[in-house]
Design a protein around this ligand. Structure first.
Ligand code: CP
Length: 334
């Protein structure tokens, strides 16, 4: 049984297989490849793209998706082993996951960081509880550590735009926000781009480092695929010569800022990191702009970047459908 809740479940070979299949099926629709199959989708958090694209995949492939919103028509779920369940969480994942597995053929889970810090995000307790107790394959629809479907869609978009991702210079740049965001998307972009052989430059202000385990994993992929990864606090330096610019906000490490006031002041001090056309002008002439969406215009990214012809954000979102169809097929054995 293949679960995919992190890029590690695919490795560079699996990433390549999914991207190739997604590209092929984008040209020639495979039709009803999931006849009568059910995908149970458990959402702890909101979504526009993930929810719609997975539902569309299942319906168009001859199957069906059942959407459950935790805490809204579905019991609030407990994940902690040994918890004394005397508060608002009425059901444990230890029962919920195997019970749902009796009704559906695959389970998709969306569960953001619970705000417990970098080590808790690295442990990814909620999706790992589902994974542990499910008796059907589990696919991540974004968890605390990673958003693998987003990373795959990002890599497919780069491949379509430039023909190849091998040694493609791309910059992942931190961007400002009104609040600290989880690191799942930057983690997944870094891991997917490294697994696809890109030359990745990561730019962020001091104190916004990605987790050492994520960096080590990405380094191993880059080594295996002939790619490379560099880190800098100098955004302009990273952008020079980049063929693609990927902007995303994420929160500081706990050591950098722990109180809400400290975090707010820190985020406000880096408003100059918001990508504008000045920033894009540092990159290569044909540089593409990517962002996972949703994006806060003129806080995280300037209108002039999002509305420019070089922006691929809508195509990138559209590719969620294509990579997820290929991924679910890969999980079911190809
Ligand atoms: N990028 C992404 O996952 O979008 P949603 O949060 O709308 O699903």
């Amino acid at each position: 049984m293949k679960h995919v809740t992190r890029i590690q479940d695919l490795g560079p070979e699996g990433v390549e297989a999914v991207l190739s299949q997604a590209a092929a099926w984008k040209l020639k629709d495979p039709g009803h490849i999931f006849p009568g199959k059910l995908l149970g989708m458990v959402f702890f958090n909101p979504s526009l793209r993930t929810r719609t694209s997975f539902e569309a995949v299942m319906l168009r492939a001859g199957g069906h998706a059942i959407v459950l919103d935790v805490g809204s028509g579905v019991w609030k779920l407990e994940d902690r082993p040994g918890a004394v369940m005397n508060a608002d969480r009425a059901e444990h994942i230890k029962e919920a996951s195997p019970v749902l597995s009796r009704f559906v053929d695959m389970l998709g889970i969306r569960t953001f960081s619970q705000g417990g810090g970098d080590e808790e995000d690295e442990a990814d307790p909620v999706i790992n509880a589902f994974r542990k107790w499910a008796t059907v394959p589990v696919v991540s629809m974004e968890s605390a550590r990673e958003h693998p479907c987003q990373g795959l869609a990002d890599a497919l978009t780069l491949r379509e735009t430039f023909g190849t991702t091998k040694k493609l210079p791309v910059t992942l740049t931190w961007a400002p926000h009104i609040k600290p965001l989880p690191k799942a998307v930057p983690n997944s972009f870094l891991l997917s781009a490294a697994a696809a052989g890109c030359e990745v430059r990561v730019a962020h202000p001091p104190g916004f480092d990605l987790h050492p385990a994520v960096r080590a994993e990405a380094e191993a992929y880059a080594k295996a695929t002939g790619g490379s990864i560099t880190y800098t606090h100098d955004q302009d330096e990273a952008l020079v010569g980049s063929r693609a610019v990927y902007a995303k906000s994420w929160g500081p490490t706990a050591q950098t800022a722990s109180t809400p006031t400290d975090v707010a002041a820190l985020l406000a001090s880096y408003s100059g990191w918001m990508p504008t056309r000045r920033h894009m002008g540092k990159a290569a002439k044909d540089a593409a702009f990517l962002h996972c969406l949703p994006v806060r215009r003129n806080v995280e990214v300037a209108d002039e970047v999002l509305d420019h012809a070089s922006s691929r954000v809508v195509d990138e979102a559209g590719n969620r459908y294509h990579v997820q169809r290929a991924l679910l097929a890969w999980m079911r054995g190809g």
